[in-house]
Ligand binder design. Sequence first.
Ligand code: ATP
Ligand code: MG
Length: 572
Amino acid sequence: MSPADDAPDRGPDTAPTDFLRELIRSDMADGTFGGRIQTRFPPEPNGYLHIGHAKAICLDFGLAAEFGGTCNLRFDDTNPDTEDTEFVEAIVDDVAWLGFEPERAPLYASSYFDQLYAWAEHLVSAGLAYVDDQDGETISAQRGGFGRPGVESPFRTRSIEENLDLFRRMRAGEFPDGARVLRAKIDMQHDNMQLRDPVMYRIRHAHHHRTGDDWCIYPTYDWAHGQSDAIEGVTHSLCTLEFDSHRPLYDWYLDHLPLPSDRPRQTEFARLEFTYTVTSKRKLAKLVEDRLVDGWDDPRLPTLRGIRRRGYPAAAIRDFCEFIGVARTVSRHEIELLESFVRRELNATALRRMVVLRPVRLTITNWPVDEHGAAAVEWVEVANNPENPDEGVRRVPFSGSLWIESDDFRAEPPPKFFRLSPGREVRLRGAYFVTCTGFETDDAGNVTEVMCTYDPATTGGNAPDGRKVKSTMHWVSVDHAVDVMVALYERLFAAEVPGEATGDPLDDLNPTSREVLERCRAEPIVGECPPGSVVQFERLGYFAHDPSTAGLFHRTVGLRDEWANIQRRSAR
Ligand code: ATP
Ligand code: MG
């Protein structure tokens, strides 16, 4: 079953449905939020986006567009230690690449630092927040756990005046890092740990990528997130399931603040995960920092940078996200399913080219010479994309001296090997039938040259007498070949769930995830392939021309639909 066959069966008038869409429809019908929908995609700029984020982006931007609303890109930039403008710029660029355009310039939680501070003073003044002089370790030990009671801080009963004075002095920079924190005064025995007097502000004398040295106290993510939504007028605040337990805290904050608009409502959905890879910024960062991959844009990584360089079309990712839909149960998808979306998109769009990865020379012994005694050259026409006749044909030089894949010849063919071997006739794509008459080997027994004769009557690869051959092979003319470098990829992790056995995904790293072939031979037009574009190398797969290294191609996906095989196996 291909994804196309399996796609939800929708007529032109029936919109897709799932729990989020139903919720939004019912909100609109009830006039909740005045019939408005506004979402946001809220990354923390502390790393690059990965394929998991693509699901959140497609939902946040997609649902807003579908229901006539708006979606902002907002950076939740509350931690000066880990965040950087490098990440901000990359995220803006990745969202655009995925095909979504925020209506407004990016927004930043750091723009709301003044408002958040004022609201914190509001809670202090209402007796709902206090300054705690204990260190982080003590505070977290006192928090207790499931079935373990929390312990109230000895500073919990400070007077409002003292709290206000200390908080203002924290802000003024009178205390060193870690000396004090501001905590919400909620309930140290609450069943939900998030409500056991969470920290709202920490002292950190650090430079922030946007606010510079204006602040030496920084809000926690939890203190900033819900209020940032409220400030912007977000109606539907969508996030992943791990924020489930944070929702009551966000609601508690919103309940106790004088808000400018309707309060946002948070709804959680399942994270997107895949077999054979990791979708966690922290784990991806580890791979990059330990130099186990070449960088954030290594084509083996599931970062948007990586898959883009690998040649995954943005349209395939959007289609995939729409196909899997949205649910509340955690779902690990087979990576082969995503690849089949990539393959389907590329099959329709990628131009076909001939490239020989592991070349061996084929000599046609009865090939004519021209009037000067040089081997003749014939330019044969080959379709650019048989799936799309509008792409037309190209002319490819054919001669008596060719490169073919060394795999395509066997001196002693095993059963069911139908490609070239002594005495066997095959078709060379778009050119002629050739029959193998012999071969040469080196001292080690490796085949160095294959000899053939061609049948001049089989122009265009068709025999006028209707005789059949069992194999059609690709080829490249030796005198016209351009050299290219090709990187082949296996899975980055050898286990379906990396780290499942030991807890550390790095234990499952596949040591042979990349093979680089230094000298592949391509038909001349491959030399004109634009950087960043993807073509099909006939019989070998789809390959993306590296955007910055001319002549380097990354294998995007192979041609075989492994997803179909998985479906067949599980149907048995
Ligand atoms: P990570 O866990 O990889 O560090 P994160 O949640 O910390 O990711 P953020 O930058 O905070 O990264 O995420 C921005 C948004 O993307 C959040 O709304 C988050 O819920 C969502 N998101 C993150 N990872 C996934 C995922 N795997 N699937 C779907 N949505 C995700
Ligand atoms: Mg996070």
